[in-house]
Design a protein around this ligand. Structure first.
Ligand code: ADP
Ligand code: MG
Length: 296
């Protein structure tokens, strides 16, 4: 081997804000055929903004925010950050939560005022026998089909009581479209794999120019998708930020965590982007290809 080329690549990468950890990572990066992106917190910014709080009959927006923010204070999901920021801005006095734990790809659960609280997808609530109430549901569905901006949504319940839902708007990472165009220009396949709904995933994918899209995927399905691509001969880089990405990041030929990723995602990745800039992915692959050519 000619480690010099690798060192040059690593050095140049570091200057450009790309952390190519070691020769093995560079070697892998140079062979990538496919880049699979997570959506929330990866292609979109880690801090979305709460745009709607929909209280179910018998609850209030204040109760909804107080209960949800108590739990979300201990989560680092983008939606959690948005909810805590909103509660702080609205000076909602926060409840104390205990026994908080993340349910990967679903949401969070914990105890508030001696009652179990669930914050997350509809499926998280229904797994505990709580129905998302039809009236509120209709309301949400109509806003979903007419809205043009990508929205994140979670439902909130305390005890057996459904409190309502909170929505936040996601913004694209700056340079996201250009970063994807650069990857395509380098001949790479680009795909989107999201735990969010198919419609939300498609909406965002269309905006950034990705046509290979799968939404509604659980963490183990993200992993299976990476494995299936690899067994078809693709060499896969996976870019992600969340707990739900960790298995897929570990299974990919090259796992890449964005700079705002949660610890378990960073630990599962081969490299971590220094800053939020997704353009680094294409640059790292280009550098690594160059280094491999020099070595050979
Ligand atoms: P992606 O895979 O695109 O990054 P996630 O799986 O992280 O998306 O999130 C998908 C959905 O799961 C969110 O839109 C939200 O409904 C729910 N969710 C996950 N974690 C949380 C959380 N901490 N609080 C509320 N909702 C959550
Ligand atoms: Mg994510």
């Amino acid at each position: 081997a000619a480690p010099l080329a690798m060192m040059v690549a690593a050095g140049r990468g570091a200057r450009e804000g790309v952390l190519l950890k070691n020769a093995a990572a560079i070697e892998q990066a140079g062979k990538i055929t496919t880049v699979v992106f997570d959506k929330t917190g990866t292609l979109s910014l880690a801090l979305p903004e709460v745009c709607a709080i929909k209280a179910a009959p018998g609850s209030s927006t204040t109760e909804l925010l107080a209960v949800a923010s108590a739990i979300e204070r201990l989560s680092s999901h983008p939606l959690a950050r948005a909810i805590v920021a909103k509660a702080t801005a609205d000076k909602v006095s926060c409840d104390i939560a205990q026994q908080v734990r993340a349910v990967a790809g679903e949401g969070v659960e914990g105890m508030v005022r001696g009652e179990r609280v669930l914050v997350g997808k509809r499926s998280l609530l229904s797994a505990h026998g709580i129905d998302v109430e039809p009236v509120v549901d209709d309301n949400l569905q109509s806003s979903e089909s007419t809205s043009f901006t990508a929205k994140l949504r979670c439902h909130v319940a305390i005890g057996n009581r459904y409190l309502g839902s909170i929505e936040a708007v996601e913004q694209l990472q700056p340079g996201c479209k250009e970063a994807i165009a650069a990857l395509k220009a380098s001949g790479l396949r680009v795909a989107l794999l999201s735990g969010d709904t198919q419609s939300a995933a498609e909406e965002l994918a269309a905006r950034v120019g990705i046509d290979d899209v799968r939404g509604g995927v659980r963490p183990e399905e993200k992993l299976a998708e990476i494995a299936a691509r690899r067994s078809r001969g693709e060499v896969v880089a996976m870019v992600g930020d969340g707990i739900n990405d960790a298995p897929a990041l570990a299974a990919a030929d090259l796992g890449i965590a964005v700079s705002t990723a949660v610890d378990v995602a960073r630990q599962s990745a081969d490299l971590v982007l220094f800053r939020g800039e997704l353009g680094q992915v294409a640059r790292a692959i280009k550098l690594a290809r160059l280094a491999r050519r020099i070595v050979k």
